[in-house]
Structure formats: C-alpha cells, structure tokens
Ligand binder design. Sequence first.
Ligand code: GSH
Length: 208
Amino acid sequence: MKLLYNPASPFARKVRAAAIELGLGDRIQLELTLVAPCKPNKDYASSHNPLRKIPALVTDGGMTIFDSTVICEYLDAMAGGATLVPREGDARWRVLTNHALAQGMCEAAVQVRYETWLRPEALRWQDFAIDQWDRIDTGIAWFERHAAELAGPVNLAHLTLGCTLGYLDFRWPERDWRTPNPAVAAWFSALKQRPSFALTAPENPPAS
Ligand SMILES: N[C@@H](CCC(=O)N[C@@H](CS)C(=O)NCC(=O)O)C(=O)O
C-alpha cells in the first residue's frame, strides 16, 4: 500500500500511527505529496483526491481511499476489525464522539496554521484564529475533565488527539497547553513513548 502524505501533517500521522498500532506499519510505503490551499496540485486532484487533501491511501488493489478516518477504518478492518473502534455498544459511540472532537480540534489547528502563516499578511483575520484556538483549548479542557476517556487500549480518538497535541507542539512550541491540563499532559507524554508516536514525530518536508 502507498500512503500519499506529508511528514508535517497530523492527519497523515494519524494514519501512520494507526498502521503501526495495528501491526501494519511495514505494509505501507510513503510518498511525499505537497498540497496547500490556493496552490492547486492538479495531478493529485485528478488522480487521487479532488479535494486536494492528504492523506490518501492507494491499496494493493489500486483503489484510492481518503480521508484519514476512512483509511484508519480500512486498516482496522484489514487487521481483523474493532481494534481502533469498538464494534458496538456505548463504547463504540463514545470512541466515535471523542474522535469527532479530536478531529475537529485538529482541523481547527490546521486552520490556524493557514490563517497565520499561509494567508497573505494583509488579509489575515485575527479573530478567526483566536476563535479556532478557543475550540482547541476548550477541547483539551474537555478531555482534561473527562480523563477517564483517555484510559484503556489505544483507540482512534486517542490517536487523533495525540496527533493534534503533537501538531500543537510542533507548530507552536511556545504555547503552554500542559499547565492547565495536567492529566492530558501526562497521558500524552506516555503516548509519545509508543513506537506509533516515537516513529512518526512531525517534521517539515524537504524544501521543494
Ligand atoms: N478530513 C481530512 C483533513 C485532511 C487535511 O486537512 N489535510 C491537510 C494537510 S494536514 C491538507 O491536505 N491540506 C491541503 C488543503 O487544504 O488544500 C482528513 O482527515 O484526512
């Protein structure tokens, strides 16, 4: 299988971490793919994802699958199913809801990055970035108040939250989200020791 990715992308990291957790890490080849708003990668749009977002997975059978959540489901099914998301009952809906929160936080973080770095300076909308930060901070505080949700075997919500926190540390190392959220901080520091996180730390792609 081939994963179209960027080493800085938290969504691509989520898939890479999921593959390692599922014992499928060595089945995936990585292919650097550069995408960004207002810089259309037309080849990628026509051959893989019309939305021009990474990650996308090309299966051994040649099918393209996106987005990160669907790829994780695909890998989970390939590994036997129900490892990352429980198959049924309240546990399933809790993991999926926690995942939706972490995914939304991750999307907000990527929006802040685009708003404060990619958007031409004269067009930047500071209140938009502040609003996205509020969603991220409120999300971390929610996990702090519901730290029981972080217990137990690693699931899809855990992977997504971990990739979001890793992305915050990568892009905004000066932002201290840990002091007000000690339980989340302790959980993340243990998660980072796992091969799935230790082997996928974010980095900038080579300059193109
Ligand atoms: N919902 C998508 C989000 C993916 C996403 O936003 N990826 C970013 C990179 S971290 C991207 O491709 N951005 C390019 C763009 O928005 O044009 C997923 O979970 O895979």
